[in-house]
Design a protein around this ligand. Structure first.
Ligand code: GLN
Length: 264
């Protein structure tokens, strides 16, 4: 007998997944689909790349990382889509923008060649790549998320760009091991309503089940309304993901520098 179709679904938009997808960021979508199924939530995925129209609405938007070359290909179009993406974020659409995608969800990114790429402006952050001679921020990272109940996240960062929060920017997490936004102030990523920007690859979601569940719950609230019974997910164990998380956290604690703020 085939299982009954899920009674609730979330509409997921992946942005430029054929261009912006380094370090297995596509794994975020695979983990999302698998975990949503465990919660009895269907996932409708629409892949939007260069030249494709955006749908009317979305409950969750995913964009992965890319190097400067890939970012140059998508930046202008993404900036044109900025007003729609900002309106979605303001209305509670969940988002996960990783690394190069996070940089382009900020106000602008000045890349290693000095070219300023416009951003979508979902987050009040700006990013500057100090240039080819400067050290990159590379390694395992562990950070404590500023969202209640999510706890610590673990991942792998590899970026030249240094990101700084503007006056309206809030950090997604505080770095405990690794470098984060800029290696100086201890902030990692940014959060605006249910939109998260972060430097963590990994893939991130397969080994951070608390964050994954939070994104699914946020997407359901956007789809069905705060307080609706269809928007609720029950806590359920994620034994493989929790083991992957614990193993990665141990690696980050062992291999990465404990974060110390830079005093200038
Ligand atoms: N090009 C950006 C940087 O190096 C983003 C890199 C990435 O997405 N891994 O800062």
């Amino acid at each position: 007998m085939t299982p009954a179709p899920p009674e609730r679904t979330i509409r997921v938009v992946t942005l430029y997944d054929d261009v912006m997808n380094v370090y297995a960021d596509r794994g975020n979508l695979i983990a999302l689909e698998a975990r949503a199924a465990e919660h009895g939530v269907g996932v409708e995925v629409q892949s939007v790349s260069l030249g494709d129209p955006l749908p009317e609405d979305a409950d969750l938007v995913l964009i992965g990382g890319g190097q400067d070359r890939e970012q140059r290909r998508v930046a202008d179009e993404l900036a044109v889509r900025g007003p729609v993406l900002r309106a979605w974020a303001a209305a509670g659409t969940a988002m996960l923008a990783v690394c190069g995608g996070f940089q382009l969800f900020g106000r602008w990114y000045r890349d290693a060649s000095g070219t300023e790429l416009p951003g979508a402006g979902v987050f009040d952050v700006t990013t500057i790549a100090p240039g080819p001679g400067a050290a990159r921020c590379i390694g395992d990272i562990l950070a404590n998320v500023e969202i209640e109940g999510v706890g610590e996240v673990v991942g792998f960062e590899n970026h030249g760009g240094r990101t700084y929060l503007g006056p309206g920017g809030r950090p997604f997490a505080r770095v405990e091991y690794g470098r984060g936004n800029n290696g100086e102030d201890g902030t990692e990523g940014a959060i605006f309503q249910n939109a998260v920007g972060t430097y963590l690859h990994g893939s991130l979601l397969p080994k951070n089940p608390a964050l994954l569940d939070w994104l699914i719950a946020a997407a359901l609230r956007h789809r069905y309304g705060e307080g609706s019974s269809q928007a609720l997910i029950e806590p359920r164990p994620a034994p493989y993901a929790e083991r992957a998380h614990a193993a990665s956290a141990a690696v980050a604690r062992r291999r990465s520098p404990k974060f110390e703020p830079v005093v200038k």
